[in-house]
Design a protein around this ligand. Structure first.
Ligand SMILES: [Fe+2]
Ligand SMILES: [Fe+2]
Length: 286
């Protein structure tokens, strides 16, 4: 059960892309909707510090991996570094005079520091849990016919492309940190490994969903929403429609299957269609 790994034909290709983010200069860039924009800005604000922690968590174990996994770790780090860079630029589009961006960034830094203070293993386990979350959200974005997929259809094409590129690469590397975790815990009794990752997922899910909702509420308050009204709108967006968190519950739950591996949910075919839009030849032409 525990010797599952990423399929051999999943290759990770960092794409050094740049995006024209000028459409984010004038307020609600996502579907013209302040609630959707607040939630995605909240996510984007967590990425630079969060993804740097992901990078450091796998780098800490780079001497314990070899072969394809060692190469995957390198490519994972490169991808996350580019994601951080681009989301930092998007975050700079949020008007800091109007929105409490500094306060939100300080809160994020504090959470990330807590993970870092626990040492490399706590960072790694946090990373595998959060990567499961990002893979789950990325997967929802692939279903363009759903409410969630449609959300981006009315968004500026360059910004839509930024999020789709990120979602595609998150899918591509969704199991890298997990494979590192399997490698460094290979001598653990299976139950210990299962218990540790399951408990972490419960804790991290609670924190992550609560924090994102909280940051989105703060952003909406700056838009003029009453606190209660902002909370209702954010919760509806996250859990009812388009149900950013709620809709992926089956994937989320699959984590708790003994012997789980991220590629048990095999979305290679869907990912291949997306990769076409970002193939090196096309990217070079941009
Ligand atoms: Fe990323
Ligand atoms: Fe990632």
């Amino acid at each position: 059960m525990t010797n599952k790994r990423t399929p051999e034909d999943v290759t990770i290709l960092p794409r050094d892309l740049h995006f024209d983010m000028s459409a984010a200069d004038n307020g609600p860039w996502l579907d013209g909707d302040p609630v959707a924009t607040a939630v995605f800005n909240a996510l984007s604000l967590t990425f630079p510090d969060g993804e740097r922690m992901f990078m450091d968590s796998v780098k800490a174990y780079r001497n314990e991996v070899s072969g394809k996994l060692a190469q995957d770790v390198k490519d994972f780090v490169t991808q996350e570094a580019i994601h951080s860079r681009e989301h930092h630029l998007l975050n700079n589009k949020i008007d800091r005079q109007k929105y409490p961006v500094h306060e939100i960034e300080a809160a994020i830094r504090e959470k990330v520091a807590f993970s870092r203070d626990g040492g490399p293993f706590r960072m790694l386990i946090g990373t595998i849990c959060l990567e499961h979350f990002t893979a789950m959200m990325a997967d929802l974005m692939m279903e363009m016919h759903t409410d969630y997929g449609r959300l981006f259809s009315k968004t500026d094409p360059a910004l839509e492309r930024l999020w789709r590129w990120h979602a595609m690469e998150e899918t591509e590397h969704k199991a890298v940190a997990y494979d590192v975790f399997l490698e460094v815990t290979k001598d653990w009794p299976p139950f210990k490994r299962y218990f540790r990752r399951s408990l972490s997922m419960l804790i991290i899910t609670g924190h992550f969903t609560h924090n994102i909702a909280g940051y989105a509420v703060k952003l909406l308050e700056a838009d003029g929403y009453e606190t209660k009204e902002a909370q209702r709108a954010v919760n509806a967006f996250l859990w009812k429609k388009p149900s950013l968190f709620g809709k992926g519950w089956k994937i989320w739950l699959s984590w708790f299957k003994p012997g789980f591996h991220p590629w048990d949910h095999d979305n290679r075919a869907e990912m291949a269609a997306w990769k076409e839009d970002f193939n090196p030849a096309q990217v070079a032409a941009e």
